[in-house]
Ligand binder design. Structure first.
Ligand code: PEP
Ligand code: CO
Length: 444
């Protein structure tokens, strides 16, 4: 126990990238102590269950769907927005379940996705330079000195916002909202829209499959509930560490802020604080891998984060860019495959495909996202590994942040409803379209 605790703080000796510069360390210690005294948001048994589910995906027997905002905001934690996001993930999951003919593991990028890594520590507007926005759990988005100063009280607000978000997610997914028959009706609404006519054939097949299941007497009670997990980037050490507790049954550490945690492309250094810290918690862990990743990088991450090669422990989330994935991914897959390791492989087709329009909007083309997805499946076919899931930035609202899709959002339309404070997200329609196109890919 002493050793476990000492280990959990070993990261303090290492470089922790992307941390805010807090103006008042005493206030940070106070907020951390408060967090450490709060109840856990998730419990160890659920975390273990997700690890089992992910192990099935790593074996090729399940498919992972992980999605949600780039950056959740405190103001955005409303019943309506949470409902729309959960609804979108559930709708996509039904389509993908048909496509993959496998259970789909549903994980929201939700209830804690509040901290963002930034390329620059500062932002300059009209000659004024202020600290960059690092997510609602650190500072405010408004471009004033007061708002941009890192405020440790936000750590506590982050916990409470995550708590109420998770509470609603649990209510929705256990209380009847997730009923398969209802989700299927929503999907019919999508395919009856003339803009989505190309998906009619597939929609009919899914409709027949659902009716077949009901006719066979599938358990209607079971159909009304669904498992739904949450995840976020484990970035902000002053939140992640106090939320990490020793499980009394096993004496091991669990990060109780989320079921699944990942380390980002910018903070995945082998000898950095984040990788060390995550190596010491029992939660299933993800690592983002960008286009410069070598097979050797991946093998060393496996040795550090999953030395026992435990099924479901480690997920690699590749985000290479549509133009690079077909060259960059196969050698990494091959090196890992040849080593005998079997991590779960998931694609993030968003983060390698960012562009900025001449009018200054950060956006992504739906077609590039789809192209990376297809490259992901092709790379796995080539090497003989299993393409085990997708990780996407999405919202359930009708925003206009990504270009294209059947509504044909163009550059001029971006201004209509661009709400993300960070990266552009697929809107509700684009998310469903993605699910249909992935299903076309899986069933072709
Ligand atoms: C993200 O997922 O929002 C993110 C910052 O990703 P990456 O670490 O892959 O850049
Ligand atoms: Co993002």
């Amino acid at each position: 126990m002493e050793d476990v605790l000492a280990g959990l703080d070993y990261w303090r000796n290492l470089e922790a990238k992307q941390q805010p510069s807090w103006p008042d360390m005493a206030a940070v210690r106070e907020a951390s102590a408060e967090l450490a005294s709060f109840p856990p948001l998730v419990f160890a048994g659920e975390v273990d269950q997700l690890r089992d589910r992910l192990a099935a995906a790593a074996r090729g027997e399940a498919f992972l769907l992980m999605g949600g905002d780039c950056a959740e905001t405190f103001a955005g934690a409303t019943a309506e927005q949470i409902r729309n996001r959960v609804k979108t993930v559930l709708q996509m999951a039904v389509v993908l379940t048909y496509g993959a003919s496998m259970p789909v593991i549903k994980v929201g990028r939700m209830a804690g996705q509040f901290a963002k890594p930034r390329s620059n520590d500062f932002e300059t507007r009209n000659g004024v330079t202020l600290p960059a926005y690092r997510g609602d759990i650190v500072n405010g988005y408004d471009f004033t000195p007061e708002s941009r100063e890192a405020n440790p009280r936000r750590l506590v607000q982050g916990y409470h916002t995550a708590s109420s978000t998770l509470n609603l997610i649990r209510a929705f997914t256990q209380g009847g909202f997730a009923d398969l028959r209802q989700v299927h009706e929503w999907n019919k609404g999508f395919t009856e829209n003339p803009a989505n006519a190309r998906y009619n054939r597939l929609a009919k097949e899914i409709d027949r499959a659902v009716h077949f299941m009901i006719a066979c007497g599938a358990d209607l009670g079971e159909m009304t509930r669904t498992e739904f997990f949450v995840s976020h980037e484990a970035l902000l050490m002053d939140y992640e560490r106090p939320m990490t507790r020793i499980d009394s049954r096993t004496g091991t550490a669990y990060n109780t802020s989320s079921h699944f945690l990942w380390v980002g492309e910018r903070t995945r250094d082998l000898d950095g604080a984040h990788v060390d810290f995550l190596s010491r918690v029992r939660n299933p862990i993800g690592v983002k891998l960008g286009p410069t990743t070598t097979g050797d990088d991946a093998l060393r991450l496996i040795d550090k984060l999953d030395p026992d090669r435990e099924p479901g422990r480690l997920t690699f989330i590749t985000r290479m860019g549509a133009d690079k994935i077909r060259d960059a991914l196969p050698p990494v897959l091959k090196a890992v495959h040849d080593s005998g390791a079997t991590p779960l492989w998931v694609t993030d087709p968003m983060h390698g495909n960012g562009i900025t329009t001449p009018t200054g909007y950060k956006t992504r083309r739906f077609d590039d996202v789809m192209d990376e997805l297809k490259g992901f499946f092709a790379a796995h076919r080539e090497v003989g590994t299993f393409p085990g899931g997708i990780h996407v930035e999405l919202t359930g609202d009708d925003v206009t942040e990504c270009l294209g899709g059947s509504e044909n959002i163009d550059e001029a339309s971006l201004a209509t409803r661009y709400e993300s404070l960070c990266d552009p997200r697929l809107n509700h329609m684009q998310s469903l379209e993605l699910a249909f196109q992935v299903t076309e890919e899986l069933t072709r």
